[in-house]
Design a binder for this molecule. Structure first.
Ligand code: SF4
Ligand code: SF4
Length: 724
């Protein structure tokens, strides 16, 4: 690019920035901002016309191979197109569009925004080979030109080998305008993320109020977000010799975790044996990674075999020679949470694992961060910290925030978000905590841990220990006088550094204490204070999901929760109702193993693709029965189902995670939907009259805002900590 071209593009970017700053300021509304989008479109198109030396193109009306892809846009562009559609499309046109939007969703949603450049969905706005909102189309659609339609056709048909061609001079013009738009949005403190245009458009068309919500607080389009690119896990990385530690050094995270991405990828694909054999580097991280089990199983026998494997692999690692500092680094890629799906009491296995992680690895690697903290506390308020990778829109948020926002004045609250991304929910943690810290991955964990320890906390609550590798290296340390695990970690942590497990009196069985290495704290009721979320269903009806009008028996739990021992129960439901069960597929959970097993075991079912929250709520609202998964119930999903006033039927088992819905139904005044045994479960599902009677007093409001667990938690901590 020469100096003249550079300054031309710079000028263009600045012009776009000015339009963006003025058009998307704080006074912008969903009605006014399409004007700014139109201005940006005019700016772009005029510059194509005025640049006489641009390369030649083969593009013409009716040529549309390039519209079989995931188009990208910012929400301002989506709003402009959606407003145009809602104000000018006839009912018939709108009906056709809604159908195409759903078809698009079915193709694209399972990828969860990853690898979208390889997908070839038909853009929902393409009608008879033409863009049906051509004048309003997104800016980057205006930057796509090709010298040869044949290459475009090949890119449509063979995405793995050929990408859509780009003419750099024209694309640079579009990118300059797009960069100016982004800059203006940032200057106006507006969301400038990039979204899947089709999925975001669907949200705007199905829930027009989402556009106002986005203008108010930047939220509402999360399911359509395209995450930033990351390293492709598929090619096997070479294993370079890893750096080692000197005698005086402390673990600083020298191991490159990308070396394990192939193994992680294969695990999520259901190829667990291949995953194990691909973890073959010389660093202890590769050997430690093998102390795990698959997500899903082809039979109950297989569950037992892998259980035995886990125990043996654990013993082998514990007996092997390793440098504790290197092994501590390995914790950043280690969290064998798949064990929980086996639906056993894992206390003994996890206690042995916890001993390895804390006493053989963390303690020798970081002696100063693993000693008991036993000192006189300074006078003043009690200091309580909440730590999680998920202080953001996640299943931890509604109840984690519920504890935090209701904390009494004699507590000083700290929130530590140790995950990458922050969002609107993180902002709420920031607003309500006396002190909020975003300790993003990157700096060495010991440095971040020392910072936390230096705050002299009386209590530190891990909201979801045991569910993700980011938390493991922190949780193996002693950073506060008293350390707790909570509901987000579905079972015992097994770690000797975690003193108490905060649970629910209604969920725990009488012998619940036997399931934890921690001391069990039975908080009253559900144990948490759920904050009511803003939940809005889309307008989808059964036929939009491809379902018939017969009774809908729905299970929304992801495949790993459907353990083999329950297949016969689902088959009995088929027989009693004469209907298939509707499940939702969830990508990256090795789900194919489960669907194949169920087919083999004679379970009749229909599989729907993974879907966004609004459609999922609409589906829940139309179910005759929501079948809670025995062994490991729905938590937040059961709350969503009850919130939609759906009839959730549950069969409690003898461990807490198999008794979650029992507690939620009790809170929602519908305990008669709790079955006594398998036959009773089938009867409750199939017997409509009984079920309606059992659900007649269901009141979702009872699940929300219970302050008793917060008070009990505070009393417990006050008793633990002598006043200064
Ligand atoms: S980019 Fe390719 S497919 Fe699209 S209009 Fe141009 S030539 Fe046709
Ligand atoms: S919005 Fe229009 S131009 Fe863009 S991909 Fe869709 S149909 Fe094609």
């Amino acid at each position: 690019m020469n100096a003249g071209e550079s300054s031309f593009l710079e000028t263009l970017r600045e012009q776009a920035r000015q339009i963006s700053v003025q058009g998307y300021g704080q006074s912008a509304t969903a009605d006014t901002q399409p004007e700014a989008h139109a201005e940006l479109g005019v700016l772009l198109d005029q510059n194509y016309r005025s640049q006489t030396r641009l390369s030649m193109v083969a593009c013409k009306a009716g040529c549309s191979h390039c519209c079989h892809r995931v188009a990208r846009a910012r929400i301002t562009e989506v709003i402009a197109v959606a407003r145009h559609i809602l104000s000018s499309f006839s009912e018939e046109e709108l009906g056709g569009l809604r159908k195409r939007l759903y078809d698009y969703e079915r193709v694209v949603a399972p990828s969860l925004g990853r690898d979208t450049q390889l997908l070839r969905p038909t853009c929902p706005l393409l009608v008879n080979g033409l863009c049906s909102t051509y004048e309003q189309r997104p800016l980057m659609c205006r930057g796509i030109f090709s010298p040869d339609a044949g290459i475009c056709e090949k890119a449509k048909l063979q995405p793995q080998s050929t990408g859509f061609p780009v003419l750099p001079d024209r694309m640079q013009i579009a990118q300059s305008v797009w960069a100016g738009l982004e800059q203006g949005l940032n200057e106006n403190s507006r969301d400038s993320n990039i979204y899947d245009f089709g999925r975001a458009l669907r949200i705007a068309v199905e829930n027009p109020s989402a556009m106002d919500t986005w203008l108010e607080d930047g939220s509402g389009f999360g399911p359509a977000l395209i995450p930033p690119p990351r390293v492709d896990p598929r090619p096997s990385p070479a294993s370079p010799p890893h750096p080692t530690y000197g005698a005086d050094e402390e673990p600083l995270g020298k191991f490159d975790v990308t070396g394990l991405m192939l193994s992680q990828y294969l695990t999520r694909q259901g190829s667990f044996k291949e995953a194990l054999s691909s973890a073959n580097g010389s660093h202890p991280a590769y050997r430690l990674w093998k102390v795990r089990v698959p997500f899903t199983y082809a039979s109950e026998d297989e569950v037992l075999e892998w259980r035995e494997y886990f125990s043996k692999a654990l013993d082998e690692f514990a007996a092997s020679k390793f440098d504790p500092k290197e092994a501590y680094d390995a914790l950043a890629s280690f969290c064998p949470h798949e064990l929980v799906y086996q639906q056993f009491n894992n206390r003994d296995l996890l206690t042995r694992l916890g001993d390895l992680l804390c006493n053989q690895i963390a303690a020798p690697a970081l002696p100063d961060l693993t000693q008991p903290i036993d000192k006189l506390r300074p006078p003043g308020k009690l200091r309580i910290g909440y730590i999680s990778r998920n202080l953001r829109n996640s299943s931890c948020a509604p109840w984690g925030l519920g504890w935090l926002v209701n904390q009494s004045d004699d507590f000083e609250t700290y929130a530590f978000h140790i995950g990458e991304a922050e969002d609107q929910v993180s902002a709420r943690f920031k607003e309500h905590a006396d002190h909020y810290y975003h300790l993003a991955p990157g700096p060495p964990v010991p440095q971040q841990a020392r910072f936390i320890k230096g705050l002299d906390l009386d209590a530190l609550i891990y909201l979801d220990v045991g569910t993700n590798p980011r938390t493991t290296p922190f949780a193996t340390l002693r950073l506060a006088c008293h350390q707790f695990a909570a509901w987000g970690g579905p079972e015992t942590s097994g770690l000797p550094t975690i003193d108490y497990y905060l649970s629910s009196d209604w969920m725990e069985p009488t012998d619940g204490d036997l399931h934890y290495s921690e001391k069990l704290v039975r908080l009253p009721g559900t144990g948490v204070c759920f904050l009511q979320e803003k939940l809005q269903a889309s307008t989808m009806i059964r036929s939009d999901f491809g379902l018939d009008d017969g009774p809908l028996y729905l299970s929304v739990q992801h495949a790993p929760k459907l353990a083999p021992k329950w297949d016969s129960l689902y088959r009995k439901i088929n027989e009693a109702t004469g209907r298939p069960i509707v499940f939702i597929d969830m990508p990256r959970t090795a789900s194919q193993v489960v669907w194949d097993r169920m087919r083999k075991n004679g379970v009749q079912f229909v599989l729907l693709p993974h879907m966004g929250i609004h459609d999922y709520l609409a589906l829940l609202g139309q179910a005759d029965v929501v079948l809670d998964s025995p062994g490991w119930n729905g938590g937040i999903t059961s709350i969503h189902a009850l919130h939609m006033r759906s009839t959730v039927v549950t069969l409690p088992t003898d461990i807490k995670r198999g008794r979650q819905s029992l507690a939620l139904l009790k809170a929602a005044n519908a305990s008669d939907l709790v079955a006594r045994d398998e036959d009773d479960y089938v009867d409750l599902v199939a017997n409509t009259e009984r079920r309606l009677r059992a659900a007649k007093d269901l009141d979702p409001a009872g699940m929300y805002g219970d302050l008793n667990p917060v008070t009990a938690l505070e009393d417990f901590i006050r008793r633990l900590v002598p006043s200064g």
